[in-house]
Write a protein that binds this ligand. Structure first.
Ligand SMILES: [Zn+2]
Length: 184
């Protein structure tokens, strides 16, 4: 994701669940060009690092990860992206809508290009409680396994890394199409 310019300037964060149901979140403020397995730390139910990792700081957006694992129990991997076209498309609050595109079938539960797929866009905030409140309000709209944050980026999740990555790539592609079509 960094190589494709989706995580510039230390931005974005990632997480996964291990076989013991522990959640591992990427550390805050690290350069994603050189991220390593050691940059993931396990967190408790409040989002604090488990021993012996208490001296490390998990991502500032850890609460979003915890929320998604709690409300979508099949989730094993969460990806976050600051991909440019998704940020441009995110200015069309409160949702970005796709219909007629083959690649929208990459999203969970979408079987046809003819379906209307509405991906929610929520307001950005530095207060994670604001973001969590929006996610609760719009939980039904999260059924495709992704959402976007205005002028920020997007989250995808899945039962595997493959599934989360597939959604992330499709969303970036469709946002680029959306932007290019609507730029005039
Ligand atoms: Zn972010």
């Amino acid at each position: 994701m960094h190589a494709q310019g989706h995580s510039p300037a230390t931005s974005t964060n990632y997480s996964c669940k291990d076989s013991h149901e522990n959640i591992w979140v990427s550390r805050s403020g690290i350069d994603k060009a050189s991220i390593l397995p050691d940059d993931f730390i396990p967190i408790d139910s409040l989002g604090n690092p488990l021993p012996p990792f208490q001296h490390l700081i998990p991502s500032a957006e850890t609460a979003i990860h915890r929320f998604l694992y709690e409300h979508f129990p099949k989730t094993q991997v969460i990806l976050h992206s600051h991909e440019l076209y998704s940020v441009l498309a995110s200015q069309r609050m409160p949702e970005v809508c796709f219909q007629g595109y083959e690649l929208q079938k990459a999203f969970v539960g979408v079987l046809s290009h003819e379906e209307e797929v509405r991906i929610p866009i929520i307001p950005n905030s530095q207060d994670m409680n604001d973001i969590l409140s929006q996610l609760i309000l719009r939980k039904e709209a999260l059924k495709y396994g992704l959402f976007s944050i205005e002028n920020h980026g997007y989250y995808t999740w899945g039962a595997t890394l493959f599934e989360a990555k597939r959604s992330a790539e499709a969303f970036a592609y469709l946002c680029k199409v959306h932007f290019l079509i609507n730029r005039n």
